[in-house]
Design a protein around this ligand. Structure first.
Ligand SMILES: Cc1cc2nc3c(=O)[nH]c(=O)nc-3n(C[C@H](O)[C@H](O)[C@H](O)COP(=O)(O)OP(=O)(O)OC[C@H]3O[C@@H](n4cnc5c(N)ncnc54)[C@H](O)[C@@H]3O)c2cc1C
Length: 470
């Protein structure tokens, strides 16, 4: 016989919104990086906030832990239940309705399970821009993006997910609904409660809907692929471009030669836009609100200075949307290329941009000294001081053996290097289960105590995504 709370869940949801077949449930029980394989007492897919609230209330009364899940693209195992088989997985995929687009207020209101790319398209169809974008956008969901405070490819100009949220609706760990679905620019009426839930990775409540800020849609995008000798030159070039072009630079992405070559080998339908280049690469994008001709000219002039001062090499500007897509595909395919090469020991670290080059050079040296011959796929959001420092097996070791033997010491090396420079061991991917112990050992103790107090206040029984973050 089913436990009473499972009977109640099936009564609330009906058979179609309970996932029972292994073909459907198996992918939901493994995280994106395949580090964790969980089991669940039930997998539920509510469609409305009210249903979600009832589900949470039933679980809370039965003292059953819950794990919220969006698109399951997170990198830290936050959306995977543990191995006990006692937790309920609450998958938000069916809460996928866009509720409103307000052109005057420049906002989009949507249920949390709306896929990011669908939200972007809905905004574009009304001639506006939802500037959050990332390689996983065809699967990840707004609720997951907000819960991880996702960064992505245009943080330089528009900020992280947190900065795009005007209002939230959250189902609290006891099932109550806290609704603040307002698109206000200004609202100084006490504590900004929504901040608690953004970046909380589902440990304080389940985001059921959000009001997201949109932007005017640029009329033209200038996308350029540039050869640069090293990170130092790339940082200096960004500073120079900022002086000349102001805040119209939306993205400034670095790709080490090793990262790009790995991608070209693993995904052989991709092409290097600068085949003769021998250095590293930057992919940059600028937004213009006219045809972009003037901005292209300014960019060309600024790059001529960069060639003389910082030794940057050749640059090619995308001539059409296809070429622009091809440039971006190179950048966005790096994680897939690493996966095809057997996987990497991944890191997502940030330091102040002024310290970035020295940090990366030293880290590369130390990592190569520790594992001679390993391959370092270094790329990322240079403009945000955030690099992915991913280490692949040397030719002498299998990927599996390499990860087994070296994952812990190499990660310790990378994370302590970031922390010692007042950086972050997790710039945008969060903490989840993977980096929980690291948070406990490296966060300022007063800050950690505050986090624990907030958790106890909002979730006194510890039922919301236990074992994650804290
Ligand atoms: C190819 C690729 C590229 C990526 N690029 C980037 C990038 O550029 N920048 C970046 O920041 N990340 C990136 N990521 C990581 C990932 O896509 C983001 O973290 C994304 O925001 C996760 O969204 P999701 O819907 O998949 O969340 P999930 O993976 O399902 O969940 C992530 C966390 O949020 C919680 N959660 C999910 N939905 C809710 C909700 N509605 N309410 C409360 N908690 C919830 C989960 O419990 C979990 O702790 C990338 C991933 C891949 C695979």
């Amino acid at each position: 016989m089913l436990p009473a709370y499972l009977e109640q869940l099936s009564h609330i949801l009906g058979p179609n919104d309970l996932v029972v077949s292994p073909a459907q449930s198996n992918p939901l029980l493994i995280d994106e990086r395949q580090l964790y394989r969980g089991r669940a007492a039930a997998i539920v897919q509510p469609r409305t906030t009210e249903q979600l609230s009832q589900v949470v209330s039933v679980c809370a009364k039965a003292n059953v832990a819950m794990v919220p899940q969006g698109g399951n693209t997170g990198y830290c195992g936050g959306a995977t239940p543990d191995e006990s088989g006692l937790q309920v997985l609450i998958n938000l995929s069916k809460m996928n309705q866009i509720l409103d687009i307000d052109a005057a207020s420049l906002t989009l209101t949507a249920q949390a399970g709306v896929v990011l790319a669908d939200a972007q398209n809905a905004a574009a169809n009304q001639d506006m821009l939802l500037p959050l974008s990332m390689g996983s956008q065809a699967s990840c969901q707004l609720g997951g993006n907000i819960s991880t405070n996702a960064g992505g490819l245009a943080v330089l100009r528009y900020g992280t997910a947190r900065e795009m949220v005007a209002g939230l609706e959250v189902v609290l760990p006891d099932g109550q609904i806290w609704s603040d679905l307002k698109g206000l620019r200004k609202d100084n009426t006490g504590y900004d409660l929504k901040q608690f839930f953004m970046g909380a990775e589902g440990t304080l409540g389940i985001i059921s809907a959000a009001v997201v800020r949109l932007q005017p849609r640029p009329r033209a995008q200038i996308t350029a692929f540039l050869e640069t000798p090293d990170l130092a030159s790339a940082v200096s070039t960004l500073m120079l471009l900022r002086e000349h072009l102001g805040d119209c630079i939306t993205s400034f992405e670095y790709m080490s030669r090793e990262a790009l070559m790995l991608t070209l080998v693993q995904l052989n339908d991709l092409r290097n836009p600068l085949p003769a280049a021998t250095g590293n690469f930057v992919l940059m994008e600028l937004a213009a609100f006219d045809d972009g001709a003037g901005l292209t000219e300014q960019l060309t002039r600024a790059l001529q200075v960069a060639i003389l001062k910082f030794d940057v090499g050749d640059c090619v500007v995308a001539q059409n949307d296809t070429q622009r897509g091809d440039f971006w595909r190179l950048r966005e395919s790096i994680p897939e290329a690493e996966k095809r090469a057997g996987g990497s020991i991944k890191h997502d670290v940030s330091v102040e941009i002024s310290k970035l080059s020295e940090f990366a050079v030293e880290l590369q040296k130390n990592t190569l000294a520790y594992v001679p011959g390993c391959r370092i796929s270094l790329y990322g959001h240079l403009g945000d001081g955030n690099i992915h420092f991913n280490v692949l097996a040397p030719p002498t070791l299998s990927a599996a053996q390499f990860k087994r033997e070296f994952a812990d010491p190499i990660s310790a090396l990378v994370h302590s290097a970031a922390i010692n420079r007042d950086g972050s061991f997790s710039a945008e991917h969060g903490v989840g289960r993977l980096k929980r112990d690291l948070l406990a050992s490296s966060k300022d103790p007063v800050g950690l105590q505050l986090m624990r107090k907030i958790k106890r206040t909002l979730d006194p029984n510890g039922l919301m995504n236990p074992g994650k973050v804290l």
